[in-house]
Design a protein around this ligand. Structure first.
Ligand code: F6P
Length: 542
């Protein structure tokens, strides 16, 4: 199917005209006119009760957004992704993270080869290793069991593992400690290991390429630290280092036996890899059964995305709503607000997923876009954010659509905490949508001069995602929901959501600057005057 430029698609023009009507309509009016609004704008699927009624939409809006999805070839692109087509055009790669969670008997072809048995072979190898470490059968060099696991990685090789560990801590092996080192700032490594016993510590070096500056620097420091603690015995490396990578030769070069390497493939993007071998630390923490349950949750959402008509398709609806605000209301950000302490790293995880994917300025054909692409995703867990940045969401001058995420059952029933937490979710979405008028403020006896300060305009949109309980499967569903929502948006914008060329320039320039900082003789500097001065100043004081 050939797809028109976004602005030429009929639905785009219709949406632009429709926006002119919608921008003046208040949610109060929309709810007032329609007693069944909440019912109609709710989808209950895959264990997620998705209430999108508090959005600035009507039936007409949804009809046009769904038409835009059709005209953008979303159906065809979903099929292309699941079929293994090379939809990551700028890197000429397939995009098959869905294969990572496919059941054992599924068939997903990559260049004519069924990758599902390969995926399960790695999962089985991970499970065997995780069981041995967790049971104490795998021993460190001096015969002690492993009690500490340190994952060294960055970006997709860190954010997913950290987020999943925090999210699923309730299910984790509490007799073991899990740490994560990502930053090239030596403080990250130093603080992670300062109270650890090398005899009981296992490092997982996680890097798709095994060439990333930060990860390899930290990996070398970890090796030095371990050898210093184990009398320099090189043979200790085999018992205390494993690797997760696609690059066997670099792994071997580093000194890790490739028998202790867990592989994945170039058709898995870094930010889509937490359910691959990159999740080894997650599996060590929660055990293979829980890890497989998480994959099961991912797969359920994949199937929902692949097969459900768009009007009831959670990722499609979420993606379309985000696009509605981004491209028509000019909203620049989306706030993700999990009312669940265990999801405290979820917004940080989503930042890479959404922004590395959709922060693009040209189409797949290389033509500059003349519309806005990826919004900025950010957030903090509730209720903390309420006492910090919610002021701006309620009364500031910017429109910030919000995703509220909450669970009906808590994993830690403590007194009345959970009812209070959830009351805050519902109260916030209500306050954002309906606000408080000047008349209401006055009626409370507020002096006239204070009234404007206390008025809440309302009409601030939000989604509410209500789930039963945070489990490994729920986490899988949630992550896959956002993955496919990102995909939906990227298809409509006709961008490549799976490359990340934007991170390259800084990496190259840093490589040029490192020797200039470290050289014994004064280097010849040919940067701009600002960069030259900064380098000189640093050299003087280092
Ligand atoms: O920052 C760019 C990036 O390539 C991310 O996409 C990736 O997740 C991260 O670096 C880490 O890469 P690697 O796993 O190869 O070390």
């Amino acid at each position: 199917m050939s797809v028109l430029h976004l602005r030429q698609r009929p639905a785009w023009g219709l949406l632009a005209a429709h926006y002119q009507k919608m921008k003046g309509l208040h949610l109060k009016q929309l709810f007032g006119e329609d007693a069944k609004r909440a019912e109609r704008f709710t989808v209950d699927a895959v264990g997620i009760f998705f209430d999108y009624s508090k959005n600035r939409i009507t039936d007409e809006t949804m009809k046009l957004l769904l038409q835009l999805a059709q005209e953008s070839g979303l159906r065809e692109q979903i099929d292309a992704m699941f079929r293994g087509d090379k939809i990551n055009v700028s890197e000429e790669r397939s995009v098959l993270h869905v294969a990572l969670r496919a059941p054992r008997d599924a068939t997903i072809l990559h260049d004519g080869h069924n990758v599902v048995p390969d995926v399960h072979a790695v999962l089985d190898k991970m499970a065997d290793f995780a069981n041995r470490v967790r049971s104490g059968a795998w021993k460190g060099h001096t015969g002690k069991r492993i009690r500490n696991v340190v994952n060294i990685g960055i970006g997709g090789s860190d954010l997913g593992p950290v987020m999943a560990y925090e999210a699923l801590r309730h299910y984790s092996e509490r007799s073991m400690s899990f740490r994560f080192v990502s930053n090239v700032d030596g403080t990250d490594f130093a603080e992670a290991v300062h109270d650890l016993d090398p005899e009981e510590t296992l490092f997982i070096i996680s890097s798709k390429t095994f060439t990333t500056l930060e990860t390899m620097t930290n990996a070398h420091s970890a090796r030095d630290w371990l050898l210093a603690g184990l009398k320099g015995e090189q043979s200790a490396i085999a018992k205390h280092f494993v690797a997760v990578s696609t690059n066997a030769s670099e792994v071997a070069k580093f000194g890790i036996d490739t028998a202790n390497m867990f592989g994945f493939w170039d058709w898995v993007g870094g930010r889509y890899s937490m359910d691959s071998a990159i999740g080894l630390s997650t599996m060590l923490a929660i055990g293979p059964d829980n890890f497989r349950a998480m994959l099961g949750g991912f797969h359920e959402m994949d199937e929902h995305f692949r097969t459900t008509p768009f009007e009831r398709n959670l990722p499609v609806l979420m993606g379309l709503l985000a696009l509605w605000y981004n491209d028509f209301f000019g909203a620049q950000t989306v706030a993700v607000l999990p009312y669940e302490q265990y999801l405290k790293r979820f917004p940080a995880y989503l930042q890479q997923l959404t922004m590395e994917s959709n922060g693009k300025h040209v189409t797949t054909a290389g033509v500059p876009v003349d519309y806005d692409t990826g919004p900025i995703y950010w957030g903090e867990p509730g209720t903390n954010g309420q006492h910090s940045f919610y002021q701006l969401i309620h009364q500031g001058t910017r429109l910030i659509p919000c995703d509220f995420i909450a669970f009906i059952q808590t994993l830690n029933p403590v007194g009345r905490h959970h009812d209070m937490l959830i009351a805050n979710v519902f109260a916030q979405t209500e306050a954002l949508a309906f606000g408080k008028t000047a008349e209401e403020v006055k009626a409370e006896g507020t002096p006239d001069w204070l009234v404007p300060h206390r008025v809440f305009e309302g009409n601030r949109p939000s989604n509410t995602l209500l789930l039963d309980r945070l489990t490994p499967a729920t986490l899988g569903r949630l992550v896959a929901l956002y993955e496919h929502s990102v995909f939906t948006q990227g298809v409509i914008w006709q961008i490549d959501s799976f490359d990340q060329w934007g991170v390259e320039l800084g990496k190259v320039l840093a490589q040029r600057i490192i020797p200039q900082l470290e050289s014994g003789t004064e280097p010849k500097l040919e940067h701009d005057s600002s960069t030259n001065a900064l380098i000189r100043r640093y050299r003087k004081g280092r």
